[in-house]
Design a protein around this ligand. Structure first.
Ligand SMILES: O=C(O)CCC(=O)C(=O)O
Length: 717
């Protein structure tokens, strides 16, 4: 159903029907746009701005020419000259991750509609426009389709693949959420990326991939039939979004001599801030396979809250994690809104639909038998070549914008928490640079840094003593390990070991068919705890002063726009480790921070004593996990890797899981072995088969540091 009956009844009265008059002045306040036959609506070309054809556009491009795909999916380059931007957007980014980690209003890594509790918070205008999408009044009125199910053309390994369209339904999650905003007149935030073909300005010229347009209200919602390239008709939901004028003029309207008033002068956020923790995007990791990557990106679109970067002002007390949607829950009656266009009730389905096209009124309720027909033209189908009705494209008077929407700039991170704890989830969120507007991920442990202008926000914390972390409950129903049924994994009896200084227990798990062993070297009360407690603090001190440069490194393969950083922070010493940062992330042993050198010594001592064999390591990857960070499934299949990999755990407990690799979904793909790693434990993966046949992941319960030692052939090719 297009609208609820009640909502439609409450909607506007008819207005006069006029056909749109084309005005040939681009970038003018009153500019109306032509609907091109069989193509997307786009601005009428001015002398220097010619848009020849708008079709699917799925390729990012930094030049002023925009690429499009033709009907066969072949790239074509129309002679589009984009206008220069005279100001930077107030909020912009180069990668999708920067947006999702730093901007409260859009946290969707995959879809274009970000919603929670059935309310849309952010909507991304990107490639794959639908017919009759439009950018009117220089972006104060935008017409776009509801998310998903569109026909799309993808270039995969040199091959063009067409993903066929399907009918959208009012119950589809993203359509449903957009309809809620429309019915309740809840504003939302529009963003664009550089693939959005209707934005007539050159984002690429300023290295902008994503830009936040601002806050809009949905003034109309309706359904259309769209004929796809393969000639089939599919239902598409369309929405018209109108700029909320309380924001002042849109930033892209600035001309050389008239810079638009800064949005910072708008009213501050007054919505309530709550201490709630939202689901962390698990955008891990450097060695992940495609399916893992997808799993890692699987953030619930029904996320309950709008996450906030942090609380309001620097230097304040405790960090706040999220803020609720500043929405009045009482349903707004559509009749209270000043109607702008002619709605009519369908005599067959009794539902109201707006008058959208100059060709005349037709029922735009997709479930009606007379959907997409013209009652005044013998119920003939609405033709494909359409122009918008002039009245429909007029700007409406909207209800005043709720104060909670008047400043959508992310608040600045808390840099000086009273409790000095700086490893909470809030500290993993990105920053919005107040100097240049860029959103940046927290990629460095020691501070936030703008990826554009290097503006720095210091973090004033203190090392966390291990005593508050090491006894945290891992939240599983086994104390030490879990072995899956029918996995063929055998466990040896607990074997104590020790000498005059140190002691512990070893548990060995043997994978079937000689695929290797896992040795869990546990510390016990006789273990070298003080030494390890000090080491945990030393790691933190050196990370905080930057002498141990913990970084989140870009993944080498992923499907997102821009770079994608690992979920955790890491630093490598010794032979470069290509999977995480390579040489850029590596210090030689001469330069190595003392914490790492001590960790390596401890791992060697412990491994040799417990397993009674001499292992030689020449590389240590240290990883630091703030609250909710993890390392997802991967294998250590670095070229030239020796057969023994041994990792020391410090800080909070963690769960380490193993599962078969290279097997399809099904029981064999399930986790076959889980081990609880505690402060001071060393976990040894023994045998090349462990990496060849299994993959592993680590999920810390809270703040944790790990040092994993390997031997890597320095002469590997
Ligand atoms: O955090 C850990 O203990 C796991 C480290 C790990 O899996 C790795 O470095 O490959």
């Amino acid at each position: 159903m297009l609208h609820s009956k009640r909502a439609l009844e409450e909607e506007s009265e008819h207005l006069s029907v006029k056909t749109i008059k084309l005005i040939h002045h681009s970038n003018s306040e009153n500019q109306l746009l032509e609907t091109h036959h069989g193509h997307t609506c786009f601005p009428t070309p001015s002398e220097d701005q010619k848009f020849k054809s708008h079709g699917s556009n799925d390729h990012g491009n930094m030049s002023t020419e925009r690429p499009f795909t033709d009907k066969q999916g072949k790239m074509i380059k129309p002679d589009v000259v984009l206008q220069e931007l005279h100001v930077m957007p107030h909020i912009w980014a180069e990668s999708r991750q920067e947006v999702c980690e730093s901007f409260d209003w859009f946290r969707s890594y995959q879809g274009g509609v970000y919603f929670a509790n059935n309310i849309t918070k952010g909507y991304l205008l990107s490639g794959f426009p639908a017919k009759r999408d439009g950018f009117f009044h220089n972006g104060k009125l935008i017409i776009s389709h509801g998310g998903g199910k569109a026909e799309s053309v993808q270039q995969l390994k040199g091959e063009t693949k067409v993903k066929h369209a399907e009918d959208q339904k009012a119950e589809d999650k993203s359509v449903r959420a957009l309809l809620t905003n429309y019915r309740q007149q809840i504003p939302l935030v529009l963003l664009i990326d550089d693939r959005y073909a209707l934005f007539p300005y050159n984002l690429g010229g300023k290295n902008i991939t994503y830009a936040v347009l601002g806050v809009y209200n949905i003034t109309h919602a309706w359904a259309e039939y769209e004929t796809t390239k393969s000639g089939q008709k599919h239902v598409r939901f369309k929405f018209s979004f109108q700029w909320c004028k309380e924001q002042g003029e849109p930033w892209w309207h600035a001309t050389k001599d008239k810079i638009v008033e800064e949005r910072a002068t708008l009213m501050p956020v007054v919505s309530s801030i709550e201490d709630t923790i939202d689901a962390s995007p698990e955008n891990d990791n450097a060695r992940t396979s495609e399916s893992d990557y997808e799993e890692a990106m699987d953030i619930s679109p029904d996320d309950e809250r709008i996450p906030s970067t942090t609380a309001a002002s620097p230097g304040n007390a405790a960090p706040k994690f999220s803020r609720r949607m500043p929405v009045k829950k009482t349903e707004f009656l559509l009749s209270e809104r000043i109607p702008a266009s002619a709605d009519r009730r369908c005599m067959y389905c009794d539902m109201r639909s707006p008058l959208v096209f100059s060709v005349g009124w037709g029922c735009l309720n997709a479930t009606c038998t007379y959907f997409w027909r013209l009652p005044e033209a013998g119920n003939n189908p609405i033709p494909d070549d359409l122009t918008f009705d002039e009245g429909f494209l007029q700007l409406q008077t909207l209800i005043p914008l709720d104060s909670g929407f008047r400043n959508i700039n992310p608040s600045q991170p808390v840099t000086n928490p009273q409790d000095k704890i700086t490893t909470l989830q809030a500290f993993t969120r990105g920053m919005h640079c107040i100097k240049c507007g860029r959103l940046s991920c927290r990629s460095k442990w020691e501070h936030w840094e703008c990826a554009n202008c290097q503006n720095v926000l210091a973090v004033n914390g203190a090392p966390r003593p291990v005593k508050v972390l090491k006894n945290l409950n891992p939240g599983v129903n086994f104390q030490w390990y879990f072995v899956g049924k029918d996995t063929g994994i055998m466990r040896s009896p607990v074997k104590p070991f020790g000498d005059h200084q140190t002691a512990g227990n070893v548990l060995t798990f043997s994978f079937p068919e000689g695929r290797g062993q896992i040795h869990h070297i546990q510390h016990n009360s006789m273990g070298p705890l003080v030494r390890l407690d000090t080491l945990f603090e030393e790691y933190q001190t050196q990370a905080a002063d930057g002498s141990l440069p913990f970084r989140r490194w870009p993944l080498r393969s992923h499907k997102l726009r821009g770079s994608l950083l690992t979920n955790y922070f890491s630093q490598n010493c010794g032979v470069p480790y290509h999977y995480v940062g390579g040489t850029a992330n590596t210090l030689t042993w001469e330069e190595a921070p003392t914490a790492v050198v001590k960790a390596k010594e401890f791992i060697e001592e412990r491994t040799n004593l417990a397993l009674n064999k001499q292992s030689e390591f020449n590389e240590v990857l240290s990883a630091a996990y703030m609250e909710k960070q993890k390392m997802s499934f991967h294998t250590d299949d670095e070229k030239g890797l020796g057969s023994v990999v041994a990792g020391l755990s410090l800080g909070s407990p963690a769960l380490m899981h193993f599962r078969r690799r290279n097997v399809k979904q099904g029981p064999e793909r399930k986790i076959c072995l889980s081990i609880v790693l505690r402060h001071g434990d060393v976990l040894v993966m023994d045998g090349t088969g462990v990496q060849q046949y299994y993959e592993h992941m680590v999920e810390p319960i809270n703040f944790r540091i790990a040092a994993t030692a390997r031997y890597i052939d320095p002469d590997r090719k």
